[in-house]
Write a protein that binds this ligand. Structure first.
Ligand code: NAD
Length: 443
């Protein structure tokens, strides 16, 4: 059966195998194109759901995207032009929502993929929001605070007409943080001529940020791990955990998996490499080491391992919390974890998904596992709108309910259709977006 009018099976095969080429440290790196991964995942879901070809085609592409050139005065007096993107994927369920990533390897297809996943993420936790994403090709590690502030403000000036509290609401992502959100909110408010706290989420608490937002992504992931462990009969107090990436998502995951469940974190990593200690790693010591020396790899008394080795460790729970496409058909057969909890977006390729499923690995798919961040971002929008702020325990209790419901809905859907969890999540989310599009009369 043709998947959609524009796609014959050969074209799909070519697309599925499509890669992109990036320059990294003077070398050419071949990388799976993340948007084609996102499209391949949707195609599989559309086939199972027997989606109407027109509906399928509409869901395969972003509704709107903008490419911007951002001139920024650097500290040495020169002007550097950065490339930026904002992709609004689908707004059938409400204003679009999605982070802004600052990364030297950012590409439009990464942003498109992340925007698609945001659409499914908001839908899987049943938020009244659509999906979007933004990005700027830059290396924040090589920029001063002043340069970052000027870049952040320039980005907002470039996308001003497209975003807004009831249109499209950005948030932090890789290498962007609450300070950057504060500058962006300030720039938007100045242009609007009034305070517009609701234009952006992930703000510092004194500027309308929500309590609990800093740990929300990891907390939501913990709720899904807790529910999965109940289903699989895993005792989390005895479980071992490996975490790839030690930023917002990875650090809080390390801290919470220990404090909430008593699990042992045996390996963590960042862009410089990984560390392993079968006796356990203290998450706070690893954080201190990272903030003092810029990497967890300098922690004393541990074994140095590579990021690749970390993924293949003999652990109960593996938490990818860094970048895309790290679990592939090549290494999936060697993954030994019982649960793969995807805090990162897009860490597993579709081929790897099937292998993990056949091996009986329980994958908690990215847009379900890491939906805690957007859920509390949505709570932040609600609080900004009402100008009334909740205590942290109230935020986390509401988050727990949303995540628990979403996990079990996905699990039941995957059982009903006889498919793995990612497809269960897709069927749940896509079904809700299609319902909204139909009710609006789009399709
Ligand atoms: P972050 O910038 O705070 O941290 C990223 C971490 O990944 C850093 O420790 C960095 O050193 C590490 N890293 C970078 N390249 C790496 C590599 N090649 N190998 C191993 N580690 C590498 O970012 P974050 O907010 O923690 O986001 C991490 C992932 O979680 C991303 O995929 C992001 O899209 C996803 N996510 C984050 C949130 C959130 O609220 N922060 C929400 C949803 C999804």
């Amino acid at each position: 059966m043709p998947l959609c009018p524009m796609m014959d099976p050969l074209r799909l095969l070519l697309q599925k195998s499509c890669v992109e080429y990036l320059m990294k440290g003077g070398k050419v790196v071949v990388r799976r194109n993340p948007f084609e991964v996102a499209q391949a995942q949707l195609d599989e879901c559309a086939q199972i759901m027997k989606l109407d070809p027109g509906v399928h085609q509409l869901l395969r592409v972003p509704m709107r995207e903008i490419h911007v050139a951002l001139p920024v005065r650097m500290d040495d007096g020169s002007v550097k032009v950065f490339q930026g993107f904002r992709v609004q994927y689908n707004d059938a369920k409400g204003p679009t929502k999605g982070g802004i990533r600052f990364h030297p390897e950012e590409t439009i297809d990464t942003v498109r993929a992340l925007a698609a996943w945001m659409t499914w993420k908001c839908a899987v936790v049943d938020l009244p929001l659509g999906g979007a994403k933004g990005g700027v090709v830059c290396n924040p590690k090589e920029m001063s605070q002043g340069e970052l502030e000027r870049l952040s403000r320039e980005y907002i000036r470039a996308v001003y007409t497209l975003i807004g509290p009831d249109k499209d609401v950005p948030a932090p992502d890789v290498y962007t943080n609450p300070q950057i959100m504060a500058w962006m909110m300030d720039e938007y408010s100045k242009m609007a001529g009034k305070n517009q706290f609701g234009v952006i989420t992930g703000k510092p608490i004194p500027l309308g940020g929500s309590k609990g937002r800093d740990k929300a992504t990891a907390w939501g992931g913990m709720v899904t791990i807790r529910e999965a462990a109940k289903v699989l009969g895993i005792d989390l107090a005895k479980a071992t955990v490996a975490i790839q990436g030690y930023g917002n998502a990875g650090y809080h995951a390390a801290r919470l998996v220990r404090s909430l469940f008593g699990s042992k974190v045996v390996a963590v990593s960042d862009s410089k490499g990984g560390i392993f200690n079968p006796q356990g790693i203290d998450p706070e010591e690893a954080l201190k080491c990272k903030s003092e020396t810029s990497s967890v790899v300098n922690l004393p008394g541990v074994e140095r391992i590579s990021n690749e080795e970390l993924l293949e460790l003999e652990v109960d729970i593996l938490i990818p919390a860094a970048l895309e496409n790290v679990i592939t058909a090549e290494n999936a057969p060697r993954i030994k974890a019982k649960i793969v909890a995807e805090l990162a977006n897009g860490p597993t390729t579709p081929e790897a998904d099937s292998i993990l499923h056949q091996k009986g690995v329980h994958v908690i798919p990215d847009f379900l596992c890491n939906a805690g961040g957007v859920t509390v971002s949505y709570f932040e929008m609600v609080q900004n709108f009402y100008m009334y702020y909740w205590e942290e325990d109230e935020v986390l209790e509401r988050l727990d309910k949303k995540m628990t419901t979403a996990y079990h809905t996905v699990l039941e859907t995957s059982k009903r259709y006889g498919v793995h969890m990612r497809l269960g999540a897709y069927i749940t989310a896509v079904g809700r977006v299609v319902e909204a599009m139909k009710l609006r009369g789009w399709v």
